[in-house]
Design a protein around this ligand. Sequence first.
Ligand code: TRP
Ligand code: ZN
Length: 902
Amino acid sequence: MSKPAETTVIRRADYTPPAFLIDNVELEFDLVPERTLVRSTLRVRRNPQAGDAAADLELAGEALELLSLTVDARAHDAVTVHDGGLVVSNVPEAFELVIENACRPATNTTLSGLYVSNGNFFTQCEAEGFRRITYFLDRPDVMATYRVTLRADQAAYPVLLSNGNLVDSGTLPHGRHYAKWEDPFRKPSYLFALVAGKLVAREQTMTTRSGKEKLLQVWVEPHDLDKTGHALDSLVRAIRWDEQRFGLELDLDRFMIVAVSDFNMGAMENKGLNIFNTKYVLANAQSATDIDFANIESVVGHEYFHNWTGNRVTCRDWFQLSLKEGLTVFRDQEFSADMAGGATDPAAAAVKRIDDVRVLRQMQFAEDAGPMAHPVRPESYVEINNFYTVTVYEKGAEVVRMYQTLFGRDGLRRGMDLYFKRHDGQAVTCDDFRAAMADANHRDLAQFERWYSQAGTPRVAVRTAYDPMARTLTLTLAQHYGESSPQAAQTQKGPLLIPFALGLLDAQGRDMPLRLQGEPADAGAATTRVLELTDTEQSFTFVDIAEKPLPSLLRNFSAPVIVEYDYTSDELAFLLAHDSDPFNRWEAGQRLATRALLSLATQVQQHEPLELPAAFIAAFGAVLRDASLSPALREQALTLPSETYLAEQMDEADPAAVHQARQFVRRRLAAALREDWLAAYDMHRTPGEYDPNPADAGKRALKNLALHYLAELDDPTDALRLTRAQFDEANNMTDRAAALATLITLRANAPAQAQAAAQAALDAFYRRHKDDALVIDKWFALQAQQRGGAGRRTLDTVRELMRHPAFNLKNPNRVRALIFSFCATNPDQFHLSDGSGYAFWAEQVIALDAINPQVAARLTRSLERWRKFVPALREPMRAALEKVAADASSKDVREIVGKALA
Ligand code: TRP
Ligand code: ZN
């Protein structure tokens, strides 16, 4: 354990086809928690495409015990077993390889390979977990059909599941039973799955568009059956949507979702047998918030959509990960937007777009500016699990979205159709996807390749020149990368093709018709145009512009870039009030707020008195009272940019100054708009039975935002009264959790009045929900996110909670709820200048490293941006990183910490 793992760098440029192919896999499992026996029968042949026709067969294997190996039913001597697998020499052109091995699920805390959770068996094979089950060519370009036999004790493991179709089952001597599954589709090993245990299913049948009846199941532990309705409904909606939007039909007779409470990520798209973190399956009014309901719909969609984008067409190698992840995130974003009504209501679509862009800008832009910066298609890695990143997922989704912005929905569909026509059943590359888009739309997309190969966030500087005599507006766009991290700078070769959507507003705030110089006068003039910026600098001239317009830039966030344009505050307030593009209304408000907050942060640093311009308060008040805007949009517009995002905008991040500035603005907005907040609270109640639909969810979001602002008033009386009543009377988790969060804030702001109420609520909440792990996760998270107050550090609470009997370092959801919430979402308290947060972080990374390297590596990333911070924080951060570098042994953690310190 203490011996540091060797660092082997894997490079995209080194890709070679596999020396052997495996066509069929037959697996037999004797499932026993302490020691499971696996018998694997493989049809192997030399790959005619391989370079070396005499190569040995090298199989990957980790944490396995080899019991026997035969080639064509004969014992084979030329076998060398090593740390990462085995080598079989002197093999024929084609042969049957039979391997017997054992693995140890009960003590497998990595949650990769075969493991036990709450007494049941589960697998997780992506990216390289299959090699922890048996020896194999564990790479995605080796695709085979699988036949799987599961044998286990019938009483302990009544349900036995694997990919594909159930073809046989029955009883065995000694109280055991078996099930045989066959997956007719060729697949890479990372899509293999099995589940065994005491589970029950909610199920229904459904007729897909070609008239075939399919069985849909959601499998959970018996006590969770009442929380499966929403996931099953979401699955039905996802199946219908993929038929309608992309013409893609479910290809298996049976589609299963299984929930597990110990899971490293959100969910996994194993063919026909998706395995989900319970967090993205289980929901009812009493256990889940509106956001949980929306996330479940989106993740169920995501994993289902992988059946085509990932499974039917998969990745040639792991550098191509965004081929399936970027594309599938784009698909799930479009699905969620449509389900929220976005297909017919642009404002509803904008609500979803804003959520997605917020994540991109806060998380991905930061990643792209730091030591882990990498292109959407990375060039190298040490541990592939470290590259399931916001760049591969979220920026990758933006890259797919740009095809749609350039070619329209129909053009994207033509490209997708061609992609499946060419590549169904294959393992391919991002270049293959781009070629399908190019060919289907008769476009040369050579330059577009740079979106896959260049890291860093592009910037587009905008200049405008209005000529009143000629009635023209000339817009000059210049693209550059600004100051990139060394990791990103290395990859930057030239200008990108940037689809840049914009509109022009007249003095009344109306859209002006847009006609470019040279276009015929009778051509219809749209009010939003997508310019294609391809050069380093380019000018575009609009004609017949009767007055000097105000530009609305990068509408709907048409490309993942930073726009540089010097709006005045008055212009931003005008856009916030009038822009026809709902995304850009929100954007104008965020720019206005960011500007005010950053200048206040500077005043905090210089110990100057703080002041918030009256115009800012007026602009926010107008939004709050604007009944023409949906409550959901108002809530988003009135939510200030996060402390994390604001700190990222400073030359040297100063979390304490940002926190004070943001708190000051919250208190000023609370006081100045007190009557409006009270009115908003009253007007957006949702009486009657709970329903997570977007309209009601939007009302609750605005109402609970109002409550939280009221908690910032000097006099806590109103807030305390409303919050206690809401906590006691809520008929749903959204309102109950919001009330609890507000009480925790009130306790920090006004301990004398709120201490007892907050503690009573925390205790009541715990007692009521103690048997519901996902709700107890919320209880931990809310306390980890509390601000400091009354001389108490949040870290003291966190350390106390780690000793709580319900805390468990082996359960990733619990670790994320307590430790990650503190280290990654409570910047003010985590970055206390005494360095206490960093010392805690180092301790936890090292403890987790011995249990679950994937989770440990994610936590490691909380300090990777240490060079960005003010000098006083940099030194204690570096010390903590060096401690981790000295004590951590997994290659997962060592890769991150190594890059951070380099
Ligand atoms: N492919 C999964 C997805 O839908 C990601 C995933 C799930 C994963 N579990 C994992 C990746 C474990 C690495 C390790 O996005
Ligand atoms: Zn995915």
